[in-house]
Design a protein around this ligand. Structure first.
Ligand SMILES: [Zn+2]
Length: 350
């Protein structure tokens, strides 16, 4: 739904205030303050695009050039990027270095291996990858996001009824709402009709074919795949940290199912990396207080959320906030969060 004009205007005004605070040297003062010294900023990314994925979903994908620029800002402003586990230990012990930051990448996309890792290595930055293991084991494009991507690729088309399986009405794919509605309906259908993986893959190929999209190219480019087991093993060998994100990217409210999700995920990560995984990220930022004792029982040491903020010394380490950096965030806002100024000004919008 469209945001109201007053909300947009308020955001512009707050952004202008933040920009003038930066221009007057405010960010530098806050970044060097004892207050910022006691806080940790955990940055969150998802995918790094290999083609045009960022144009389709700029909240999920950033370009390599965008990520490079972010790393340059970290480097040029004296931020210290720490491995996540060390950063949280130091936070709790009150021993953080000045301007501390940790980097996290959710889901374990193939593009971490092919696009993010080379940049991280160039800058010498450690990072944690939260791996959801199902699509790592079963190598194919992720069903839900691939369907949305296919419909976006065909956004210039108006589909007569019956073009796609179970599409009973004409749909203008140029209209975002119609496109989203169709994606939601098709997804329900495919999940009901085809529980087996091969049938789902064939269904996606059929949708691509009916839309006139080169399906083989999408599969070959692996732009919507997670890393293979070999790629996960390779990043771990190169020093990157692979941690828990549940097996099927879900957070059931029933304890035994929740435990199975985490334990299966942990077993696969251990097999691939040879290391125990004891750090967790809530899939889709879905946090419920009921999960906390379950996570503690599972020996989970830290858990990150999608709540926006810097982590402070008294923080519950199973509810660590992060800053979700996307292509929608300006450099002023990014630096506002790095310095801590955005947190001090109680900034919560974009
Ligand atoms: Zn995720």
């Amino acid at each position: 739904m469209d945001e109201g004009v007053p909300k947009k205007a308020a955001r512009r005004i707050r952004h202008a205030l933040l920009a003038s605070f930066r221009a007057s040297g405010g960010f530098r003062l806050v970044a060097a303050s004892p207050w910022r010294h006691r806080h940790l900023l955990i940055l969150c990314y998802h995918g790094v695009s290999l083609r045009d994925e960022h144009e389709w979903d700029p909240m999920l994908f950033v370009t390599p050039a965008f990520l490079r620029r972010r790393f340059e800002i970290l480097r040029d402003n004296g931020y210290v990027v720490l491995p996540l586990a060390e950063a949280v230990c130091r936070l709790v012990d009150g021993k953080l270095p000045h301007r501390s930051v940790a980097l996290t990448f959710d889901d374990g996309f193939h593009n971490f291996f092919s696009a993010a890792m080379p940049l991280l290595e160039e800058f010498g930055y450690p990072a944690t990858v939260y791996l959801s293991s199902y699509y790592c084991l079963h190598q194919r494009p992720i069903l839900g996001i691939t369907l949305r991507y296919l419909l976006w690729l065909a956004r210039s088309q108006a589909l007569p009824a019956g073009t796609l399986p179970a599409q009973s009405e004409p749909v203008d794919l140029g209209d975002v709402r119609q496109r989203d509605r169709l994606a939601a309906r098709l997804l329900v259908d495919v999940r009901l009709l085809a529980q087996d993986r091969e049938a789902q893959l064939a269904w996606l190929a059929l949708v691509a074919d009916r839309l006139g999209i080169d399906w083989e190219d999408i599969v070959r480019s692996r732009r919507l795949h997670l890393m293979t087991g070999e790629e996960v093993a390779a990043i771990a060998q190169r020093g990157f940290d692979v941690q828990l994100h549940t097996h099927r990217h879900r957070t059931p409210r029933e304890e035994s199912t929740f435990r199975s999700e985490v334990l299966e995920n942990r077993l696969i990560i251990k097999e691939l990396t040879g290391r125990p995984a004891t750090h967790f990220c809530y899939p889709s930022g879905d946090v419920d207080p009921v999960f906390l004792p379950w996570l503690r029982d599972l020996g989970v040491e830290t858990a990150t959320t999608c709540a926006v903020g810097l982590a402070n010394v008294g923080q519950n380490t199973l509810l660590l906030p992060r800053y979700i950096d996307t292509m929608a965030q300006t450099e002023v806002l990014f630096e506002g969060w790095l310095s801590g100024a955005a947190e001090m000004l109680k900034w919560r919008g974009k």
